[in-house]
Ligand binder design. Structure first.
Ligand SMILES: C[S@@+](CC[C@H](N)C(=O)[O-])C[C@H]1O[C@@H](n2cnc3c(N)ncnc32)[C@H](O)[C@@H]1O
Length: 192
């Protein structure tokens, strides 16, 4: 979706340092965002010698857990396999995560970053999505959500999110009409 493309471009701008961080993508669909997050470590200076590149990939690369509902996993897994070089494949794990369910398989607060592109669209999933974000978040976790604000209900989710997290818009792509929101527990005003 355009939301995934805009969030990928935002990550590529280097605004966020994902090196050696644990990252989870929710509602991954094709997995584009999780794949790009895994690949970002490849942007090493061309002068870096191959042995050093190899070491850096393993020491500094983001560890990305790419998730979606069971029905989406087969396609997602094959996309991830096809688009990551073999040395990076161990850094990306595809796992089932239906919001509000399967949370026992994910240790609370285990992730540094939670990414989601165009996952705010079904009102009946808003409570489960929020519950999932709260489960996965520690005090330090940064949530990045990209979306188009299409309907009144999208504002409703943002309001729900603001009830639990400090939420700031960090980017707006006017050509694609996509917003990126950054959310963290507690008050992180000074960080933005
Ligand atoms: C509009 S697509 C966006 C896909 C991808 N993030 C992108 O931007 O291209 C929404 C995704 O959310 C997933 N999704 C919807 N409801 C879900 C739920 N309850 N639990 C987990 N994933 C869900 C869908 O399977 C789908 O992959």
């Amino acid at each position: 979706t355009p939301s995934a493309v805009v969030l990928c471009a935002y990550l590529e701008m280097g605004s966020i340092d994902l090196r050696d961080r644990s990252v989870i993508e929710l509602g991954a669909g094709t997995g584009l965002l999780g794949i790009v997050a895994t690949l970002l470590v490849l942007c090493l200076p061309s002068s870096t010698c191959p042995l050093m590149q190899h070491i850096l990939l393993y020491c500094l690369g983001a560890r990305v857990t790419i998730t979606d509902r069971a029905a989406a996993l087969e396609f997602l897994e094959s996309n991830v396999q096809a688009n990551l070089p073999s040395e990076l494949r161990p850094r990306a794990v595809v796992k089932e995560l239906t919001w509000g369910k399967d949370l026992g398989n994910f240790p609370p607060g285990a992730f540094d970053f939670i990414l989601g592109a165009d996952i705010v669209y079904l009102e009946e999933t808003f409570a489960e999505l929020l519950q999932t974000l709260e489960h996965l978040c520690s005090e330090q976790t940064v949530i990045l959500l990209s979306c188009r604000i299409r309907y009144e209900r999208d504002h409703k989710f943002l309001k729900m999110l603001r009830g639990r997290f400090s939420v700031y818009e960090v980017h707006y792509d006017s050509s694609k009409d996509v917003h990126i929101y950054k959310a963290q527990r507690g008050s992180h005003k000074d960080d933005f």
